[in-house]
Design a protein around this ligand. Structure first.
Ligand code: ZN
Length: 120
């Protein structure tokens, strides 16, 4: 069974390892299958793009897509980041508690520092 990922899209995380260690960013995408997260402005890779000519289907004219450098965040292992608690504002480990809401059992993430619920 795969490990459940406690980091979700929209979370703010603190980077522990890698070239952006010490930085914080917002999670753009969580990929539980890969155990990876995509974090805004973190682990950014630069891709060089060549100018590309596009043929116009009418045969008249056509246009050119300008080349340049595009910057894209690359996914990083979820173990390299730590959630920043929205309540105490510090990188923290996450615990989960079970709660019954409307007769349904739900798991809620809590901060191990301040015991406040992370999900609001
Ligand atoms: Zn906290």
């Amino acid at each position: 069974m795969s490990q459940t990922m406690k980091i979700k899209k929209g979370d703010v995380v603190h980077v522990l390892r890698g070239k952006d260690a010490g930085k914080e960013g917002r999670v753009l995408e969580a990929r539980p299958k890969d155990g990876k997260v995509l974090v805004e402005n973190i682990n950014v890779i630069k891709k060089h793009r060549r100018p590309k000519a596009i043929q116009n289907t009418t045969g008249i004219g056509g246009s050119v897509v300008p080349g340049g450098i595009i910057e894209l965040p690359a996914p990083l292992p979820v173990s390299n980041v730590m959630l920043v608690c929205p309540s105490c504002g510090k990188p923290t480990r996450i615990g989960t508690i079970e709660k019954t809401i409307g007769g349904k059992q739900v798991r809620i993430r809590v901060c191990k520092r301040c015991n406040q619920e992370v999900d609001r």
